[in-house]
Design a protein around this ligand. Structure first.
Ligand SMILES: C[S@@+](CC[C@H](N)C(=O)[O-])C[C@H]1O[C@@H](n2cnc3c(N)ncnc32)[C@H](O)[C@@H]1O
Length: 310
């Protein structure tokens, strides 16, 4: 049987979470449940609440629910709704939280989901299939300017202009229905010799846009820091520079005790420092881990500890 997903930086995550007896922990990205199971196994007195918005992932939770009936709760939702969903579980404060961002190997390898240009599948890319917007609507209905801005903003692709024009021209003939059709258009409308990279960037851009990934991340990181107990840890593994930039910036902002412009003689913002960032540089996977699991190669882990401030 093909493995659903191999957890990345597993021991590093457990160390960074600094798991305490009787603590309440949250895994915001359950996936195949590798990190969740390791967190539960690491200490028999803790409780864990895990989130995932993907229906496929929820099936993996059944085994954990059977193995840890009193200590594990699975919540099928976007982690942007973290605060509300935990409140409904009567959880106001937590001891640690993990974000292992992006898509799972299962999502990438399942051609039906349309996340990968290497497999032929419908242009979908929704992590939560109850949502209406899919990559098909974006590619076939959005005007040129909107496509251009999505490709630049979320894919940082230099040839976005040519690719967006190509899509507009091609869809006048027939709707663009599959990942392979879109991949061929990107191939045909790029000059660069790095066609594979262009495809990866455009597919990344579509996925981020369709799932509002960066907006959810910003909201969830700020909420997570708010509900951490003093000494509690927030641990984030990101897989591309746009995610990592958000993590770095939010950590930096939440660590500062003043956000006034530099030319102000006196602080007027009363901002407090809420966290200490414990990783000046991100933790990266070892060569051995990358050799065993190629998905780990772009991983960067950052973590911080909540201070004792109201
Ligand atoms: C990299 S995988 C996590 C793998 C997991 N740590 C494991 O050990 O198997 C990312 C998972 O997070 C989920 N996900 C991504 N963004 C999400 C969001 N905003 N809300 C909830 N789940 C999300 C995806 O559906 C996917 O299953």
């Amino acid at each position: 049987m093909i493995k659903y997903h191999t957890p990345v930086l597993l021991n590093e995550c457990l160390n960074a979470l600094n798991i305490k007896n009787k603590g309440i922990y949250v895994d915001t990205t359950f996936g195949g449940g590798g990190h969740s199971r390791a967190i539960l196994d690491s200490n028999p007195s803790i409780r864990l609440f895990s989130f995932d918005q993907d229906n496929d992932s929820i099936e993996n939770a059944i085994k954990l629910q059977n193995d840890f009936p009193a200590r594990f709760v699975m919540i099928q939702d976007n982690f942007a709704n973290l605060w509300t969903r935990l409140s409904l579980e009567r959880v106001k404060k937590i001891d640690g939280i993990l974000f292992d961002l992006g898509v799972s190997s299962h999502q990438i390898n399942d051609s039906k989901r349309g996340f990968s240009f290497s497999y032929d599948g419908a242009l979908d890319m929704r992590m939560d299939i109850s949502k209406e917007l899919s990559a098909y609507e974006v590619i076939n209905k959005y005007p040129y300017e909107k496509l251009l801005s999505i490709f630049y903003k979320y894919g940082e692709e230099k040839e976005s202009n040519r690719i967006a024009r190509g899509i507009i021209l091609e869809r006048q003939e027939n709707p663009i229905k599959t990942t392979l059709e879109l991949g061929t258009i990107i191939d045909n409308y790029t000059y660069s010799r790095q066609k594979l990279k262009a495809k990866a960037r455009i597919f990344q851009a579509l996925r981020i846009y369709v799932n509002s990934e960066l907006e959810s991340l910003e909201r969830a990181l700020n909420d997570a820091i708010r509900i951490l107990k003093p000494g509690g840890r927030i641990v984030v593994i990101s897989y591309h520079s746009l995610e990592d930039r958000i993590v770095k910036n939010i950590f930096r902002e939440q660590e500062k005790d003043c956000l006034c412009p530099q030319n102000f003689l006196k602080c007027v913002c009363s901002k407090q420092s809420y966290i200490s960032v414990l990783t000046k540089k991100p933790v990266l996977p070892s060569k051995e881990e990358i050799a065993e699991n190629s998905r780990a190669r772009s991983a960067k882990m950052r973590f911080a500890e909540r201070k004792d401030v109201a």
